[in-house]
Design a protein around this ligand. Structure first.
Ligand code: GLV
Ligand code: MN
Ligand code: MN
Length: 395
């Protein structure tokens, strides 16, 4: 099937009619529908699908009796995200298989199309949840105890989806991944031609800041008598922005939980999640230290407290230069660029699997938003580039 038809076929799954954005958290009905769509496409192509304990999938062209070349990405999304982040890599992988078959190409090693679960961590808060568990960098116990915003554990969500939590753990699929190539929409404005190759992924982390104060009446409590954790949080958010600018890094508070969350009460507690990223580990660490120091100083002035807990930290990933240069050679000197976005490719690379990434141009640089966009011609160039790379690696 052509890329255009494949793309259209899945484009309504999880799309909000009002915003045009996509919400497909791990193991939710919309994400399951996307997964069913993927399984149907694999069946249509006669690709045998293997699943691991947490539900990562690889569909094989050729018997996976020895390490193969795997491509693919994820089908889940952030809350109200774009159409391309994730699905573009899965749909392009299927389209590249179709293209290679139409050319009469037969891979000399098994060729796999992968879809990895809960890459965004939008439901359980842990980015690259499926690949982390598969690679053994997140234990089954810790993963299964993660909860979503309704307090549902991953273990319960898996059971509800018909998956036995006892099977969750390091994945046998990794042994079959001789090489991994993930195609992804570029998420900044760093790419001028339609297709590029990744050099590295910035180190990044998610940190939970809990600000505690004293609930009180909004009308009767004198301003000087308050212990308002919202103020401590607000100053911390400003400090994070300033410190990230000074360091050439990124810091974002994009999620808040406020108690009791009433208009006419000084809050008792504000929980705020910081997403921080930088080009190198030292900068990331000193950025977090500077933000934490300012939060603590402000808490002293406000008569509040602050506690900081890292929920996930992802080290820098430098993709192997040999494989990267091989892709650049196949693609006639495509540009090489780093990214501040996280990917399963980073987890697999850190686990020792030779890994590379292809990026498709994003004209506005907008991502994690309904406005995320890539031109159809650029997506087609991405499919051709991916097919050329797979052909080279699996000939
Ligand atoms: C995932 O896209 C991330 O970078 O958070
Ligand atoms: Mn994303
Ligand atoms: Mn992604």
């Amino acid at each position: 099937m052509s890329f255009e038809n494949l793309w259209r076929d899945q484009s309504a799954i999880g799309r909000d009619a009002e915003t045009g954005g996509y919400t497909r958290g791990g193991w939710t009905p919309t994400e399951r529908e996307a997964t069913t769509w993927f399984l149907d496409q694999c069946a249509t192509r006669g690709l045998a699908v293997e699943s691991d304990g947490i539900g990562n999938l690889i569909a094989w062209w050729g018997s996976p009796d020895r390490p193969g070349v795997v491509t693919g990405s994820h089908l889940d999304s952030v809350i109200d995200g774009g159409a391309f982040d994730g699905p573009l890599g899965v749909v392009s992988a299927l389209a590249a298989v179709d293209l290679l078959r139409a050319e009469g190409f037969t891979p000399s090693v098994p060729l796999g199309v992968g879809a990895f679960v809960e890459e965004e961590g939008s439901r359980f808060g842990m980015p690259c949840l499926g690949s982390r568990v598969a690679a053994g960098v997140l234990s089954a116990d810790k993963a299964l105890a993660l909860t979503d915003r309704q307090g549902v554990t991953l273990a319960a969500a898996l059971e509800a989806a018909g998956t036995d939590p006892a099977g969750v753990g390091p994945s046998p699929l990794l042994e079959r991944m001789g090489t991994f190539v993930e195609l992804h929409v570029e998420q900044g404005r760093g790419l001028t031609p339609p297709v590029g190759v990744a050099s590295s992924i910035w180190p990044h982390g998610r940190y939970r800041f809990t600000f505690e104060g004293e609930a009180n009446h909004a009308g009767t409590t004198l301003m000087e008598d308050r212990h308002d954790p919202m103020l401590t949080y607000a100053m911390t958010a400003l400090a994070a922005n300033k410190q990230a600018r000074l360091a050439g890094a990124r810091a974002t508070f994009g999620r808040l939980s406020i108690e009791p969350n009433g208009t006419n009460a000084v809050p008792s507690r504000v929980i705020a999640w910081l997403d921080a990223r930088a080009a190198d580990t030292a900068t990331l660490e000193s950025l977090l230290a500077a933000i934490t120091r300012q939060a603590v100083e402000r808490a002293e002035r406000d008569g509040t407290t602050v506690a900081v807990v890292p929920e996930s930290v992802s080290p820098i990933v430098d993709f192997p230069a040999g494989l990267r240069d091989r892709l650049v050679g196949v693609l006639d000197g495509a540009p090489v660029l780093p990214t501040g976005a996280g990917h399963d490719a980073g987890v697999f690379s850190a686990a020792g699997i030779p890994t590379a990434m292809l990026f498709v141009r994003n004209p506005t640089g907008i991502s994690h938003s309904p406005a995320e966009f890539a031109e159809e011609d650029d997506c087609l160039a991405g499919v051709e580039a991916l097919a050329a790379v797979l052909k080279d690696l699996a000939q």
